[in-house]
Design a protein around this ligand. Structure first.
Ligand code: CTP
Length: 408
């Protein structure tokens, strides 16, 4: 895998590490990429337009309002630059620049260009002081950018420009290039595979204002959809009501009830891979009241009926995916209960959450055991993003045993 004929838009922002950008541009060009650069005003404190021009072999764009700085003309340059690129790489990304990205600022060419990009993958190589990297504001901004589909390369640990040591140093140009190549390789692996992921809770209405639901945040299912999409799969995500954004590049269908979820799942079949991470409500009200149920002095009795089991329906369908994976929340006899669930539902694997004494719903970390018919692996406590990547790796290894182990 190489970067041959890839059009890379390299956005250089203002940290001292911007000085490394010409070396990076040169490496990318050496790998066969066509590199176009944008330098922010702050970047130009540390690197000259001429250096970037020489390294990339192309004119460097830097001014939102200066017409004719490229052959395309500046009027629509911010739209054109991403349209003509295959990927966007932001180097020496400062805390300030990432904060402005999160809020959709468009005050200079770099910001306007990023705001005009809804489809091309974005890679961010941050560079900042360790305290700035660790600040809750930056943590939240990184989380938001990841949820929107950005890929972070680094930062690395080491000596920082401010004289301190820690996490915040921009990754070296060689490491950034290797990370891009790894992404390209990964992205080719599940190309041609169709994947389904269910996520979030379901809401089962009782009347126009009330429902039966649960606390699922959708974080795990959405992270799995993102990881499979990063591996090149064509992913359909069917999600119940959640407050997190749709993963970038993933076809996302929004439903409320278990029955709507099943309909959406079946309407988009067949798939090669199915991962049911949704916390589907096991029951719904037998009758839904068309009017708001009023207090009458006596507490009403709710009659419930069982919802369709979506995981079982997928596992037992004529067009069953090659790989069907479910989740289970267990407090006791985790392995035995999960194995019994594999038999009951007819799936191939279960990711069992150990929820004894721990909070999982809405939290970023979880303790997972991966259970198959024959095996049980304790994955320990991991972030939901890490679980998603590990699962994607496992899926790749199961479907393509000859592909190397650490692809995801
Ligand atoms: N599931 C589903 N449709 C349902 C219920 C569950 O697709 N109506 C899926 C979930 O997405 C998850 C798995 O089945 O992948 C969980 O199964 P479930 O039997 O609900 O597990 P627990 O909630 O752990 O079950 P129990 O309460 O019986 O232990």
């Amino acid at each position: 895998m190489s970067l041959r004929d890839k059009n890379i838009l390299l956005i250089v922002t203002g940290s001292i590490a911007a000085q490394k950008s010409p070396a990076l541009a040169r490496l990318l060009v050496k790998e066969g990429a066509n590199v176009r650069c944008i330098a922010t005003k702050a970047a130009q404190e540390f690197v000259s337009l001429e250096e970037l021009e020489q390294a990339s072999g192309n004119p460097v764009s830097h001014d939102l309002w200066k017409p004719g700085q490229t052959e395309e003309g500046a009027a629509i340059e911010h739209i054109d630059l991403t349209r003509k690129s295959d990927l966007v790489l932001i180097t020496a990304a400062s805390a300030n620049f990432m904060a402005r990205m999160v809020h959709g600022y468009a005050e200079d060419l770099a910001e306007a260009t990023l705001l005009a990009n809804n489809s091309k993958p974005v890679f961010i190589a941050p560079a900042m002081n360790v305290e700035m990297w660790n600040h809750p504001a930056t943590r939240a901004n990184v989380q938001t950018l990841v949820e929107r589909g950005a890929h972070f390369i680094g930062p690395a640990e080491g000596d920082l420009a401010c004289g301190e040591t820690g996490l915040g140093r921009m990754s070296e140009p060689e490491d950034i290039t290797v990370a891009l190549l790894a992404h390209m390789r990964l992205h080719a692996i599940l190309n041609g595979y169709k994947a389904l992921v269910t996520s979030g809770p379901t809401y089962e209405p009782l009347d126009p204002v009330r429902f039966l639901g649960n606390r699922s945040s959708g974080k795990q299912g959405h992270a799995i959809a993102r990881a499979l999409s990063n591996a090149g799969a064509d992913v359909t995500l069917v999600t119940g009501p959640v407050s997190i954004p749709d993963p970038a590049g993933v076809k996302t269908l929004h439903v409320e009830t278990a029955q709507e979820m099943l309909t959406a799942v079946q309407a988009n079949a067949p798939y090669d891979i199915a991962v049911c991470a949704a916390a589907v409500s096991d029951w719904r009200a037998k009758e839904t009241s068309a009017q708001k149920i009023k207090k009458s002095g006596d507490a009403p009795t709710l009659e419930l009926t069982e919802n369709p089991d979506i995981l079982a329906a997928i596992s037992n369908a004529d067009n069953r995916p090659a790989l069907v994976i479910g989740f289970a929340a267990e407090t006791t006899s985790l392995v035995d209960n999960a194995k019994a669930k594999i038999d009951k539902k007819g799936c191939d694997m279960i990711l069992a959450n150990d929820v004894s004494g721990e909070k999982v719903f809405g939290h970023d970390e979880t303790h997972i055991h991966l259970i198959t018919r024959t095996d049980a692996e304790d994955w320990g406590v991991l972030s939901k993003t890490a679980v998603a990547k590990k699962l994607a790796t496992r899926i790749i290894r199961t479907l393509q045993p000859d592909v190397c182990k650490d692809v995801a």
